[in-house]
Design a protein around this ligand. Structure first.
Ligand SMILES: CC(C)(COP(=O)(O)OP(=O)(O)OC[C@H]1O[C@@H](n2cnc3c(N)ncnc32)[C@H](O)[C@@H]1OP(=O)(O)O)[C@@H](O)C(=O)NCCC(=O)NCCS
Length: 267
């Protein structure tokens, strides 16, 4: 590769790196979208506020753990204890951005710092989004780690509203796509993202990437905003060629083959 081309690639990498760094350091990504701070529809009166993983109070951490357990334990089944541990670690990362949805019951939201303490106590959380600005296949993306709503606010348009806001935050911070992971058993969430919001199964998703994970329990979905992101995350240019029947058999039975070889070596 000639020097000029190499320099161009390095410059591009630096620009993307700076983009992610800048987006990640913004204290309140909701501030350009004040009209989205309130949600008054379908008998709900809610407000939104930003949060950061490394600044969560212990009661909020406990709340997140409880809601995750309520909403997700059934989908993960016996994998839940491991997943809960992973999610607990992810939850407090300095890279974790949050949108908290709170009930608007007592006083106006986000008024003064003196009222804030009361509002944290009085205005209960009804759900949250955990997202991050990161790189996926060298593409700058907003990755939605979690969107979790309490059952009493579900099915009232709030999820769609939050995902619209997520799209605005992604565009404002010049991200090229939104990426998220969804469990295949979570049929409603799959329909919600794909039919309602127009997400597509990404080329990096196990089912598309022809990885030897025949029983992957999740899909990676994406919504892309430019042609490069579309090419990399949707069109699947780097996917391996489909595995032949023999290769699949070999992968499936490789443990058996290794065991036989081991026995042969022993004797
Ligand atoms: C998935 C989730 C974020 C969606 O948010 P939501 O606020 O419930 O969804 P919305 O009300 O915006 O629904 C959008 C569409 O789905 C439909 N819908 C909502 N709830 C539904 C339900 N229980 N069954 C079938 N359709 C439903 C709505 O009717 C709406 O379609 P419409 O506008 O054409 O009527 C939310 O339900 C949730 O937190 N679920 C539990 C946790 C979870 O599964 N998170 C996703 C992990 S990847």
């Amino acid at each position: 590769m000639d020097l000029k081309k190499r320099r161009k690639i390095l410059e591009k990498k630096k620009t993307i790196h700076d983009l992610i760094k800048r987006a990640s350091s913004i204290d309140d990504p909701l501030s350009p979208f004040d009209s989205f701070r309130r949600y008054r529809r379908n008998d709900l009166s809610l407000y939104l506020e930003s949060g950061r993983g490394d600044r969560l109070s212990s009661s909020v951490k406990q709340y997140i753990r409880n809601l995750l357990k309520t909403n997700m334990e059934g989908f993960y089944g016996s994998d839940w204890p491991i997943q809960a541990k992973v999610k607990r670690k992810e939850m407090s990362s300095a890279d974790a951005h949050y949108i908290f949805v709170r009930e608007l019951r007592f006083g106006k939201a986000y008024e003064t710092s003196t009222r804030r303490a009361c509002m944290e106590e009085c205005n209960q959380i009804a759900g949250f989004v955990h997202y991050r600005f990161t790189l996926e296949e060298e593409i700058p993306v907003l990755y939605v780690y979690e969107i979790q709503l309490e059952s009493w606010v579900q099915g009232k348009g709030l999820g769609e509203f939050l995902m619209q806001l997520i799209e605005l935050i992604a565009s404002k911070n010049r991200m090229s796509a939104i990426v998220l992971t969804v469990l295949t058993f979570n049929a409603f969430a799959m329909t919600f993202y794909m039919s309602k919001l127009g997400y597509r199964i990404s080329s990096i998703s196990p089912s598309k990437a022809n990885l030897p994970t025949f029983s992957a329990k999740y899909e990676i979905l994406c919504k892309t905003f430019d042609s490069e992101a579309k090419f990399v995350l949707e069109v699947c240019p780097f996917a391996a060629p489909p595995l032949t029947f023999m290769t699949k058999l070999l992968i499936k039975y490789n443990i058996l083959v290794l065991l036989l070889l081991f026995i042969l070596v022993l004797y």
